[in-house]
Design a protein around this ligand. Structure first.
Ligand SMILES: C[S@@+](CC[C@H](N)C(=O)[O-])C[C@H]1O[C@@H](n2cnc3c(N)ncnc32)[C@H](O)[C@@H]1O
Length: 262
């Protein structure tokens, strides 16, 4: 944690601790078109490293991988025999986006046997269909970055929760974003419906495009993950934390300063 006069860090100094991920973050991430922050990618893959060390195994999935920027980082964090599933309409801004996704994965070292690209609408997907794509194995990490409406996020959250491993994590993109204020309403309603779930941490934004992410986990796993995050990312802990009334969670940021007073 820094003192009030310490300047903000850059995300280039933040690592996942997985060599393949950190190589990609250093040399490939900015070359792949996309909208997720490098800081968040490092921390999310750091969480995948912690899961592997805890013995948590299983596939990872992303709703809305677009051209693969964040997805490739997740895929480099897989343990042996695990797969990453990419669910996207793959029609925006044109149908060629699926080819660009595949080419980016190949160029940045994600083997074909480790990845599944599924051209599908998450809003019409049933949990059984998604689980079948994962060979029946619950997902240990799901990144939700699809349609940015309150209704779609509500549906994607329910879908993700239904296929999540017990110790699994759900990351949500574009939280607290000025352009998507109603996504927070969907999150609060979801937390009300699912008292077994809580926000593990808020990963602060880098820019308005590389926006804030929330990471959710089952409440019984909160303390275990929190202790590991505090250990690995102590320089990024914003001292006041976040109040979800009554639950508090970590805020991880590149700028841990407080306002100077007095
Ligand atoms: C903001 S982009 C995601 C950026 C990407 N995750 C990254 O980190 O660079 C949103 C993606 O969600 C996809 N999408 C939107 N609605 C969807 C839906 N209902 N089902 C599946 N994908 C959807 C879009 O096609 C688009 O590729």
């Amino acid at each position: 944690m820094s003192n009030p006069t310490t300047p903000a860090q850059t995300s280039a100094t933040v690592r996942s601790g997985i060599p393949a991920v950190d190589r990609y973050l250093g040399t490939g991430y900015s070359l792949v078109p996309g909208m997720s922050s490098r800081f968040a990618a490092a921390i999310c893959c750091g969480l995948l490293r912690m899961q592997t060390a805890m013995g948590v195994a299983g596939p990872v999935a992303e709703i809305g991988p677009f051209e693969g920027r964040f997805f490739i980082a997740l895929a480099h964090a897989l343990a042996s025999g695990e797969k990453a599933l990419a669910i996207d309409l793959f029609d925006w801004p044109n149908p060629e986006v699926m080819g660009r996704f595949e080419a980016n994965c190949a160029k940045h070292g994600v083997p074909a046997e480790c990845r599944i690209a599924w051209k599908a609408d998450s809003r019409r997907m049933r949990p059984q269909e998604l689980l079948a794509k994962l060979d029946g194995r619950p997902a240990r990490f799901i990144h939700i970055d699809g349609e940015h409406s309150r209704a779609a996020l509500t549906q994607d959250l329910e879908l993700a929760t239904a296929v999540l491993a017990h110790e699994g994590l759900i990351a949500l993109d574009d939280m607290l974003h000025p352009g998507y204020p109603t996504l927070m309403v969907a999150v609060h309603e979801y937390l009300g419906r699912h008292p077994e779930m809580c926000v593990l941490c808020i990963i602060d934004r880098e820019t308005v495009v590389a926006a804030t992410k929330f990471v959710l986990c089952r409440a019984e796993w909160f303390k275990s993950y929190e202790a590991k995050l505090l250990d690995a990312y102590k320089d990024n802990v914003w001292p006041l934390g976040a109040d979800f009334e009554p639950h508090w969670c970590l805020v991880l940021s590149l700028d841990t300063r407080l306002a100077e007073i007095g």
